[in-house]
Design a protein around this ligand. Structure first.
Ligand code: GAL
Length: 323
């Protein structure tokens, strides 16, 4: 059993590590999570090689708390320059496209973060193995932290896919994807941090996540402070194209989002209620492998989001009830 503080199996304990079915520390860093066929799948950065690429680890769970390891969905590949040892590959996010293929999006970079691209990989099954396709700078823009979103709930169900991408030269972009999610088609919106925070020019938030609740879109992001945490923000709009509201804190101001950075927001649609789970990282720059997950209920309603601290909690995957 790991020596670092870890949660009992079946419980989410913010600040404590998840231990998988093999007794190993789950590598759920910078994670993307989707629910397929009643099971949650998670793809995380394996930090075995600290800050450089150690593979994308895949796990699955019935309840977001009990994790089964499926090994590497995407492994280090000396023959593929973007996936070679010493490279940076972060924030794996997966969508199932309308053809039923699993499409993985990645922040692909060099060790000095100058390459700044988005990469694509595809698989027949959520756990992979994924075949790496390529990387690019979307529409010529630098791209570091990413998020993904499909507009598939509600009555205006069109299954449109979006890529969220941090481009500090212009702001945080929301790109519309092609019908198969394998290419970027156009920018639908670009959001900025308040210009007074960055007098020298554009910026925008990173670690982006987008959810839709009762017809309103909520965009989450973090300030650009590297492995250090900050007060993450949320903005709202009635369409991905905006106009986006001003940004607001969603955790107590000064708590640095309970010392964490947004990774994704999971919607748990249950028979009694729909709950939302904030999935964040508490990075330990000196020991990234043991960086702790900070996952908390986030109440999202009426244009506001509020993180609710819990020492230990569960979410019922059937009813949606948080306990
Ligand atoms: C953060 C980013 C992380 C990682 C880190 C490296 O800004 O959100 O995913 O790239 O920088 O310093």
């Amino acid at each position: 059993m790991p020596t670092h503080p870890h949660a009992p199996r079946g419980v989410i304990a913010p600040g404590q590590l998840f231990v998988d079915d093999q007794g190993a520390v789950a590598q759920l860093h910078g994670v993307g999570i989707q629910r397929f066929g009643g099971r949650f799948y998670a793809w995380g950065e394996d930090k075995t090689s600290a800050g450089t690429f150690g593979g994308v680890a895949c796990y699955s769970s019935p309840d977001l708390a009990t994790w089964t390891a499926h090994g590497h969905a995407l492994a280090v590949s000396p023959d593929v320059p973007d996936l070679a040892p010493g490279r940076v590959v972060e924030r794996p996010k997966v969508l199932r496209n309308p053809d039923g293929k699993f499409v993985m999006f990645l922040h692909v970079d060099s060790a000095d973060y100058a390459y700044a691209r988005v990469g694509w990989a595809v698989a027949e099954r959520p756990e992979g193995p994924y075949t790496y396709l390529r990387s690019e700078r979307p529409l010529g823009n630098i791209s570091r932290d990413i998020g993904v979103f499909v507009d598939h709930d509600g009555t205006d169900d069109d299954g449109t896919g979006y890529l969220l991408s941090e481009d500090r030269e212009h702001g945080l972009h929301i790109y519309r994807l092609s019908a198969d999610y394998l290419a970027v088609e156009e920018i639908v919106a670009t959001t900025l941090t308040p210009p007074s925070d960055h007098p020298a020019g554009p910026h925008g938030y990173e670690s982006p996540a987008l959810v839709k609740v009762d017809g309103l879109y909520y965009l989450f992001g973090s300030e650009l402070t590297g492995w250090s945490t900050n007060d993450n923000k949320v903005a709202t709009a009635s369409s991905p194209a905006g106009p986006w509201s001003d940004w607001a804190d969603f955790a107590p101001s000064g708590s640095a989002t309970y010392d964490s950075q947004t990774s994704t927001i999971v919607t748990v649609q249950g028979s009694q209620c729909t709950s939302h789970v904030y999935v964040g990282d508490r990075w330990d720059r000196d020991d990234l492998f043991h960086s702790a997950p900070v996952w908390l209920p986030v109440r999202i309603a009426d244009g506001a989001a509020r993180l609710e601290w819990r020492d230990a909690w569960t979410v019922d995957p059937v009813t949606g009830v948080i306990a």
